[in-house]
Design a binder for this molecule. Structure first.
Ligand code: XMP
Length: 229
C-alpha cells in the first residue's frame, strides 16, 4: 500500500486528481494525464463515470501501470449493508486501490471496517453541492461516527469551508481530511488547506483544461503558499 503522506511530502503537493470525465478514448486520455502529472499530483481518485467508460479491467490496468507514482483512491461512494461493503472494500483492495470513499449514513459499519487491513477508508461527512441539506444537517453526527470508527479520514467540502474547519477541530489529529469542490465547483485552490484540510481534490478544472499541466501547476503553487513549501 502506498504512503499518501510520504508521497505528499516528496512532491510538495496536496493535490488529488479526480478522474471522472474524459474526452476521447478513456484509456488514452487517462494515460496521457497520468504520464504527465506525476510530479504534481499525489493521488488519483477514480470515479464511477471513468470506471463505467473504461471497464473495471481497464481501471485495474491503470492502477497497475501508475501505482509506483500515485496513491489510488476508489470513489464509488459505497453505501450498502455492512457485509456487502466489507466485500466491496476487499475487492477494491485486491484490485490495487490504496483507499476507498464510503458513505457513513447507513451506519452499523463497525464490524465490517474493523477487519479491513492495508486499505484506507474515508467517510463522507457532508457534500459540496448546494442541495445536500439532509447530509449536511447530520454533519456533527457523521463526524462523531467517523471519529469512533477508527478510519483514515473523512471527505469534507471545500465549498463549505466552515465545515472543513469544524471537522479539523473535532476529529482526532491523525485523521486526514480530503476536500473536493476546488475549481469547477467554485472553491479556490489552497482555501480548504487553510481551513484544515490535508488534501484538495480537483477534477474538471484540470482534466478539462487544454493545458492540464499548467492548471495542475497553478493549484499546487497556491497550495505551496498555504503549506509554506
Ligand atoms: P470537480 O470536477 O468538481 O470534481 O473538481 C470533484 C470530484 O469530487 C467528488 N466530489 C465529492 N465527493 N463528497 C465526496 O465524497 C463531496 O462532497 C464531493 N463533491 C465532489 C466528485 O465525485 C468529483 O469526483
Amino acid at each position: 500500500m502506498r504512503d499518501l503522506l510520504g508521497l505528499a511530502e516528496r512532491k510538495k503537493s496536496r493535490l488529488i486528481l479526480a478522474l471522472d470525465f474524459v474526452s476521447g478514448d478513456p484509456a488514452v486520455f487517462a494515460d496521457r494525464l497520468l504520464a504527465a502529472l506525476e510530479p504534481l499530483v499525489v493521488g488519483v481518485k477514480v470515479g464511477l463515470p471513468l470506471a463505467l467508460r473504461m471497464g473495471f479491467r481497464g481501471v485495474c490496468e491503470l492502477v497497475e501501470r501508475y501505482g509506483s507514482g500515485y496513491y489510488f483512491l476508489a470513489d464509488f461512494k459505497l453505501a450498502d449493508i455492512p457485509d456487502v461493503v466489507r466485500e466491496e472494500l476487499a475487492l477494491l483492495s485486491e484490485a490495487g486501490f490504496d483507499g476507498s470513499i464510503v458513505h457513513l449514513f447507513p451506519m452499523g459499519l463497525e464490524e465490517a471496517l474493523s477487519g479491513v487491513r492495508g486499505h484506507d477508508v474515508f467517510g463522507l461527512v457532508a457534500m459540496s453541492h448546494a442541495g445536500s441539506r439532509l447530509l449536511d444537517e447530520h454533519f456533527e453526527d457523521l463526524l462523531r461516527y467517523a471519529s469512533r470508527l477508527g478510519i483514515r479520514g473523512v471527505v469534507a467540502p471545500a465549498t463549505k469551508p466552515g465545515l472543513v474547519a469544524r471537522a479539523r477541530a473535532f476529529l482526532p489529529e491523525d485523521y486526514l481530511i480530503l476536500s473536493p469542490g476546488v475549481g469547477a465547483q467554485g472553491a479556490e485552490p489552497g482555501s480548504a488547506l487553510r481551513h484544515g484540510a490535508t488534501f484538495e481534490i480537483v477534477g474538471r478544472s484540470i482534466t478539462a483544461s487544454e493545458d492540464y499541466y499548467g492548471a495542475a501547476e497553478r493549484v499546487v503553487e497556491s497550495q505551496r503558499r498555504v503549506i509554506g513549501e
